[in-house]
Design a protein around this ligand. Structure first.
Ligand code: G
Ligand code: MN
Length: 384
């Protein structure tokens, strides 16, 4: 976001408000500064006052910006709205024209809409370019999410909460940590997999990931616990620069946050994944490989990512007590993790027999319905 506003108090207030919502905000005091910034960097949206000091107003700013970027949505705000300036704003290609004072809720809504509109416009322009180059048939099915999808995702994120499931040390009869799991009441995306698919389709995985991290941090503020907190990352979250910044709401909890990256999804498309994972570790986070055994790159992931923790997929845990093959696989993975100094957790433990077999195979850290279901608070554990 680029925010152009000469009133320092307004600028500071809006910047903080938008940063809290996960936006990266760049500030300019006048049109000259704004133009210099646009020349160096692309923005997802620009919010600008119409009246600016130094000879160039918000309308001239739009004209300058359009020379460089045809798509970035621009929202103009003004303390003295007039019909003629509103008409000009529209003529110059402003997306919205807002009279001050602006409620923060309105600002959030307008900025979110602008970012979506801008991304859609970029995609359309890109698609058009491909069509013109003959790379795409104009009759190919549209890849963009439907407007309805965006509305569903907005509602799903408004009706979203986190649940927490204990991870326990059986030997110590103690809670080792909690895994945070996202939940929403919005039909038809109640299942987390559906919610994530929807965010993928809308190209808004980063919005969802940021909202999840914010929500986990809020819960930690409300219900303090010293336990480790396990948070699932979509592999593409690794590409969100906000993940690595102090503005990440989990940053203050990094020392006890374990970021889980699933083995189910191919990680080949994440450039320099190793560097990114190392950076997270430098920031104090630990990194876990989730669902180990469900994908196809178990050993490669060990070698490439050098995780701090691995979580054995529940397909290995289910009926482990009656399957000699699963016992061998789990036994070998536990031995391997020990040798490499990696913690190992078995997920999805449902029966006492599974528990006893896993403990016998020297896997002490366990998670599953047998001990506790996920729930909105840091809940108690059934030990027997
Ligand atoms: O992919 P990941 O391992 O993060 O997903 C964990 C999912 O497994 C959560 O949706 C959680 O509700 C579910 N879960 C947790 N414990 C159990 C269990 O003991 N059995 C089953 N079937 N599911 C579980
Ligand atoms: Mn997980």
């Amino acid at each position: 976001m680029l925010l152009v506003e000469d009133e320092e108090i307004v600028r500071g207030c809006w910047t903080r408000a938008l940063q809290k919502r996960g936006y990266q905000v760049s500030q300019a005091e006048d049109a000259q500064q704004a133009i210099a910034k646009v020349a160096h960097q692309g923005f997802d949206a620009i919010v600008s006052d119409i009246h600016l000091p130094g000879g160039l107003d918000g309308l001239s700013l739009i004209a300058q910006v359009r020379l460089r970027d045809l798509d970035v949505p621009i929202i103009l705000v003004t303390g003295d709205a007039s019909l003629s300036s509103a008409i000009k704003a529209v003529e110059y290609g402003a997306l919205r024209y807002l009279p001050k004072p602006i409620a923060l809720s309105k600002l959030y809504q307008v900025v979110a809409e602008a970012v979506r509109t801008g991304r859609m416009a970029r995609k359309k322009r890109h698609a058009l370019m491909l069509v013109n180059q003959g790379a795409l048939s104009p009759f190919a099915p549209p890849h963009d999410a439907l407007v309805d999808d965006h509305a569903t995702l907005d509602r799903a994120m408004e009706r979203m909460w986190m649940e927490f499931q204990p991870i326990i040390s059986y030997k110590h009869r103690a809670v080792y940590g909690f895994e945070a799991l996202v939940r929403t009441a919005e039909n038809p995306v109640e299942k987390p997999e559906r919610l994530i698919e929807l965010a993928e389709r809308c190209d808004r995985l980063h919005d969802l990931g940021r909202a999840i991290r914010r929500s986990v941090a809020d819960t930690l503020d409300r219900a303090p616990t010293d336990a480790a907190i396990f948070v699932n990352l979509h592999p593409r979250d690794l590409l969100d620069e906000m993940l690595y910044r102090p503005e990440n709401p989990l940053f203050a909890h990094a020392h006890r946050t374990v970021l889980e990256i699933t083995e189910r999804v191919a990680l080949e498309n994440i450039p320099d994944i190793k560097r990114r994972v190392d950076l997270l570790r430098k920031l104090g986070y630990r990194v876990a490989i989730d669902d180990l055994g469900a994908g196809y790159s178990v050993l490669a992931m060990f070698a490439d990512l050098e995780p701090d923790v691995v979580k054995l997929d529940m397909s290995l845990v289910r009926d482990v007590d009656s399957s000699p093959t699963k016992q061998k696989v789990v036994g070998a993975l536990v031995a391997l993790t020990k040798e490499l100094g990696i913690e190992v957790i078995s997920e999805g433990v449902e029966t006492a027999s599974e528990r006893d077999m896993l403990v016998g195979l020297t896997c002490d850290l366990l998670q599953g319905y047998l001990f506790a279901r996920p729930c909105p608070t840091f809940s108690a554990v059934r030990w027997s």
